[in-house]
Design a protein around this ligand. Structure first.
Ligand code: F6P
Length: 369
């Protein structure tokens, strides 16, 4: 029997850190399910937390109408709830429990026939683990970090790039007025995509990403040379995952629960202080933080999210589970979650983007031209 005939009720959840476009995917999944296939739809609240705790709501057409342009997620999300190592809020991580069977029971009790997991690498890895327990799952890749294997781009990234670019435009004018070196720290975790693409779009003089080693000497040289050439300001874009010269990450906080134990942040502040100390140029830092995840999605992200949501339903109807939809070239494809799980897509240090940036005089702090 075709998988289409077996599906009556679909479930959708958003897991991990939020990003613009989540609502656009929820809308596309639910509307496609309701209108094209006559399914019923159900939203699982707060990511895998809702699956563990059986917190679900029915989603009708009206619930997903008018949410295309809204940032965040109407379902809520969590980047700490891990069904296989579940810890109660404020609980002791030593008491972590495997509640994945409970998730399967809740899924079955709700009468769901497929679960759409919209998430980043952590959530998609959990989705794969649950799929291996028998849950029929289709994943959708979200994140401003753009670091999901199997897709050229994730939704949310374009909007975050836009926010970084706008921030750089604004920082440029104040840097010029005060003849300063302004350091702008982006998110992105261990991948430099956001700093790289935002930095190119915003005309960064130095772009520092985790994938390309730098030295302070090289950075200071760029800043001082620009001063000598009469450009009395510099813009340095740094990704939060760039390490200190001793090889350590700059960590805002270490946490015991969830699947991301290290909260990165602060390399920009350290860098600005170093430039201040080592050169005659005054430096200041701006940490963009969660600004990059907020607000309305760009047109590109709305369209990508809509395509992903629609294609995810098509894959489910075809019975193509334990997969993720991804964009490869101009086509949406299905990628096995096994290939996506526990993997990251990093910037290739010699990719075309890096070469193009170098060709317009951008430094990566590595001394190369
Ligand atoms: O993965 C998305 C992301 O915004 C990263 O860029 C960042 O390191 C992290 O999430 C921040 O997480 P939190 O919302 O827990 O502070």
């Amino acid at each position: 029997m075709a998988a289409e005939a077996r599906i009556k009720r679909i479930g959708v959840l958003t897991g991990g850190g939020d990003c613009p476009g989540l609502n656009a995917v929820i809308r596309a999944v639910v509307k496609t399910g309701l209108l094209e296939y006559g399914f019923e739809a159900c939203g699982i609240l707060d990511g895998f937390e809702g699956l563990v705790k059986d917190r679900m709501v029915k989603l009708d057409y009206q619930d997903v109408s008018g949410i295309l342009t809204r940032g965040g997620t109407i379902l809520g999300t969590s980047n700490t709830a891990h069904p296989f190592q579940y810890v109660e809020h404020d609980g002791d991580p030593a008491d972590a429990q495997d509640l994945s069977d409970q998730c399967v029971e809740n899924f079955e009790r709700a009468g769901l026939d497929v679960l759409f997991c919209i998430g980043g690498d952590g959530s998609l890895s959990i989705a794969h683990q649950l799929a291996r327990k028998g849950l029929p799952i289709v994943g959708v890749p979200k994140t401003i970090d753009n670091d999901i294997y199997g897709t050229d781009v994730t939704f949310g990234f374009d909007t975050a790039v836009q926010i970084v670019t706008e921030a750089l435009d604004r920082v440029h004018t104040t840097a010029m007025s005060h003849h300063r070196a302004m350091v702008i720290e982006t998110m992105g975790r261990y991948a430099g995509w956001l700093a790289l693409v935002g930095g190119i779009a915003g005309g960064g003089d130095v772009i520092l990403i985790p994938e390309i080693p730098y030295t302070m000497e090289n950075i200071c040289k760029v800043v001082e040379e620009r001063s000598h050439l009469g450009k009395r300001f510099s813009i340095i874009v740094v990704s939060e995952g760039v390490k200190l010269p001793d090889g350590d990450f700059v960590v805002r906080r270490r946490v015991a629960e969830g699947y991301e134990k290290m909260r990165l942040g602060g390399i920009g502040i350290w860098l600005a202080a170093e430039i201040d100390d080592r050169t005659p140029v005054v430096s200041r830092a701006v940490v963009l933080g969660h600004m990059q995840r907020g607000g309305t999605p760009t047109a590109y992200d709305r369209v990508l999210a809509t395509r992903f949501g629609y294609e995810a339903v098509v894959q489910a109807v075809a019975g193509n589970f334990d997969t993720m939809v991804g964009l490869q070239g101009t086509e949406i494809v299905a990628v096995p979650l096994a290939d996506v799980a526990d993997r990251q897509r990093l910037v290739e240090p010699d990719c075309g983007l890096v070469r193009a940036a170098r060709s317009v005089g951008t430094s990566f702090g590595d001394g190369a031209g």
